[in-house]
Design a protein around this ligand. Structure first.
Ligand code: HEM
Length: 416
């Protein structure tokens, strides 16, 4: 592979398709050697004019640079025409100051420093939900950590957080499932129906949330939908369309990510039996362990794009306005310039400022919930499963290199 400087200003990769190699399914089970190779060119221009950034320092610089936009309208070539023209977008795709205002309004309800935060209030619910899911596994010799445990958990939690009525929950599970499957669409092998179902599910989810919000006006209650619909915050009240967009964002951002973190966590523990045993003996280890997982096997491997508002320079590389910039978070979190012995899974690691939740103004909004949910899930799985063993290693992965995780994780337990 050749890396070169063109006209002394831009680092170009001539290798046919760094992007292709990232998207190639054969790299999914272990993408880390590829990232190590890509880090030799921290800011790599691609043949299509986009840029791939793979080193810790450059990724954090870009994510904290106000010249970068999360709004696709600032891309010269938007990545994909949206299937949902005219739908209010959520704050993950907005820039300051609109982003900051909406995020602040939602954040008020989410946790410290505004108490009683929704997340602290969720502790009992999380423990009970995890407990009852594991009750259903206790007698089975073989279980799929994804289908039997990790997949149902986060939708249940987000429904509860929002205050979705219990009887509506099965519909939400189905919609989230259809949306996630459509995100993982394979144009070569999957029927188009898989995509259509995703589009339909997004519409149904939006419509149902809209009706719920309308119904909440004048009925203050504990769920986030009620709180937002009735809140007179310093920033004013959130418009209904923004409440719906925010609620949809929570389902999409807070589901698959948590599924993957739990599943990657079980997989990593089963590959490191001494750590698993330690976790059984010292349950508090789960706190640093989840941080290390977010560094070592992060669910969000890649931020697929930021748009350059204006011409910028990153690590001596000029990036023209309108360019698409892809950030390899998972590579940054394995950068040996930032982390000692980065390919070692070490829950005792100090100063673990990983990129698992991103960085800058869009830093994951659900991080306190994601952490607590995963801590309780892993601690309980390890405590209650009987001598769990992997059936296949590596397990089959979902297609996406962006939200990366096993599609199934079969384990045996007991005398098997
Ligand atoms: C943003 C990761 C769980 C809600 C992000 C971003 C990352 C991330 C990397 C930054 C995206 C960007 O900069 O473009 C994760 C991981 C999770 C997780 C690894 C689980 C382990 C959750 C949960 C929720 C959530 C449980 C909510 C219930 C959000 C929201 C944003 C976000 C609303 C947008 C924040 C903003 O634009 O200001 N997440 N997330 N996430 N996440 Fe998470």
């Amino acid at each position: 592979h050749q890396h070169g400087r063109e006209e002394g200003r831009t680092t170009t990769t001539h290798m046919p398709g760094t992007l292709q190699r990232i998207f190639d399914y054969s790299a999914r089970a272990d993408p880390y050697p590829l990232y190590a190779e890509l880090r030799k060119t921290p800011v790599a221009r691609q043949e299509d004019g986009s840029y791939v950034i793979s080193t810790y320092r450059e990724i954090t610089t870009v994510l904290n640079d106000p010249h970068l936009s999360s709004d696709a309208r600032h891309l010269t070539r938007p990545p994909m025409p949206s299937a949902e023209e005219g739908v209010t977008s959520s704050f993950i795709h907005m820039d300051s100051p609109e982003h900051d205002r909406l995020r602040r309004m939602a954040m008020r309800h989410f946790g410290p420093p505004h108490t009683p935060g929704l997340v602290t209030g969720l502790e009992g619910f999380l423990t009970a939900t995890v407990g009852s899911l594991i009750d259903g596994l206790a007698d089975k010799e073989q279980i799929d950590v994804v289908d039997d445990f990790a997949f149902p958990l986060p939708v249940t939690v987000i429904c509860h957080l929002l205050g979705v009525p219990r009887e509506d929950e099965p519909r939400f599970h189905r919609w989230v499932n259809d949306i996630m499957n459509s995100i993982d669409y394979n144009p070569e092998t999957d029927p188009k129906e898989k995509l259509d179902k995703g589009v339909q599910a997004r519409m149904d989810l939006r419509q149902c949330l809209g009706e719920l919000v309308e119904h909440r006006h004048g009925r203050p209650g504990d769920g986030l939908l009620s709180r937002l619909a009735n809140d007179d915050a310093p920033d004013g009240r959130m418009a209904d369309a923004d409440i719906v967009a925010t609620a949809r964002l929570l389902f999409i951002a807070g589901h698959e990510t948590v599924v993957n973190l739990i599943t990657n966590g079980m997989l990593t523990l089963l590959r490191h039996p001494q750590v698993l045993q330690r976790l059984r003996d010292e349950p508090d280890l789960v706190v640093p362990l989840v941080e290390e997982l977010l560094r070592y096997e992060p669910p969000v491997q890649i931020i697929p794009w930021r748009a350059a508002y204006s011409d910028i320079t990153v690590a001596d590389t000029a990036i023209p306005q309108g360019s698409q910039i892809m950030l390899l978070l998972a590579s940054g979190s394995r950068d040996p310039k930032r982390f000692h012995d980065p390919d070692r899974f070490d829950p005792d690691r100090r100063d673990n400022q990983h990129l698992g939740f991103g960085s800058g103004i869009h830093l994951c909004f659900g991080a306190p919930l994601a952490r607590r949910e995963t801590q309780i899930a892993l601690a309980e799985l390890v405590r209650r499963l009987d001598r769990p063993r992997l059936v296949v290693d590596p397990p089959p992965y979902r297609r996406s290199p962006v939200l990366r995780g096993p599609i199934h994780l079969d384990i045996e337990q007991g005398d098997g």
